[in-house]
Ligand binder design. Structure first.
Ligand SMILES: *[C@@H]1O[C@H](CO)[C@@H](O)[C@H](O)[C@H]1NC(C)=O
Ligand SMILES: *[C@@H]1O[C@H](CO)[C@@H](O)[C@H](O)[C@H]1NC(C)=O
Length: 259
């Protein structure tokens, strides 16, 4: 255990001493929220292109989704989405980032334009669809694209300062991130090879989806966001658990350490 820990420290020192990314993060006073907002904006923009190899953060714009997802739309349509690629995360705009160190609270407000492309399979033999669409079932197998304009995300975190091997770190309390989301722009869908009975009805059906995007998002949005939060949590864990605060906060935060 001890040997393992020393090794980790040694590696951290070695990697960080030759690293460029962490050295270039703009440093801010713990009291200066606007500076921290700009610093986070820098981290998102630059890390999206190069990743932060020293803390196992891979580039994330574009982001290839490793796993397919099943997206049931009520009990009506079975949708499976795979080989997804997400674009736009590096251009997210940080509107607000406030850290209250005494209370151990941080909140983040961010807006993104996002495009997701991939392969989909869909089918429905539900009576609801049949009665809506004149007795026919829907099935499809092809390319799909979803464009979300102005996806606004608000996060709240509880954290504390941990002192470890002479360095201070922000540690999140609990694994889960509290979040809320809203689409301030609109959502556009596109898909090919989508059939109504035997007839290609891609245009007809995607038009229907587009006209009812709010309803569609109400039924599938939560499911998709839950998946997306896994990525956000992993990023936060890798970043804050491994990068000492001295790389982005000017003050010595030892006095706040709770251990
Ligand atoms: C998103 O796109 C809209 C117009 O399509 C643009 O006005 C806005 O600035 C963009 N926002 C971000 C965060 O890129
Ligand atoms: C619809 O798709 C699901 C999941 O891909 C599959 O299990 C089911 O058999 C399909 N149903 C029809 C009627 O094709």
């Amino acid at each position: 255990m001890y040997v393992k820990k020393s090794l980790v420290v040694l590696c951290t020192v070695l990697v960080f001493s030759s690293a460029a990314f962490v050295d270039n993060i703009p440093k801010c006073s713990i009291k200066d929220s606007d500076c921290q907002r700009q610093s986070l904006q820098y981290v998102i923009r630059e890390a999206s292109k190069t990743g932060i190899p020293e803390v196992q953060i891979a580039p994330f714009d574009p982001l290839e989704l490793q796993q397919g997802i099943d997206i049931p739309i009520q009990d009506i349509v079975q949708l499976h989405f795979s080989d997804g690629v997400v674009k736009g995360l590096g251009k997210c705009l940080v509107n607000d980032f406030v850290t209250k160190i005494e209370q151990g609270l941080a909140s983040l407000d961010i807006t993104c334009n996002i495009t997701v492309k991939g392969h989909y399979k869909a089918n429905s033999s539900s009576p609801v669809i049949k009665s809506l669409l004149g007795g026919e079932s829907v099935h499809g197998d092809g390319r799909a694209k979803v464009k979300i304009e102005k996806l606004n995300l608000k996060f709240d975190f509880n954290f504390y300062v941990e002192k470890r091997d002479g360095e201070t770190y922000f540690k999140r309390k609990g694994e889960k991130v509290n979040y809320k989301y809203d689409v301030l722009g609109q959502v556009q869908f596109a898909a090919d090879h989508l059939y109504l009975g035997e007839r290609d009805a891609s245009e007809l059906l995607t038009n229907m989806l587009n006209q009812n995007w709010r309803l569609v998002m109400q039924s599938v949005g939560n499911n998709i966001m839950k998946g997306a939060m896994g990525t956000v949590e992993k990023f936060l864990r890798n970043f804050y658990d491994n990068i000492p605060t001295k790389f982005y906060i000017t003050e010595d935060l030892s006095q706040y350490a709770s251990n």
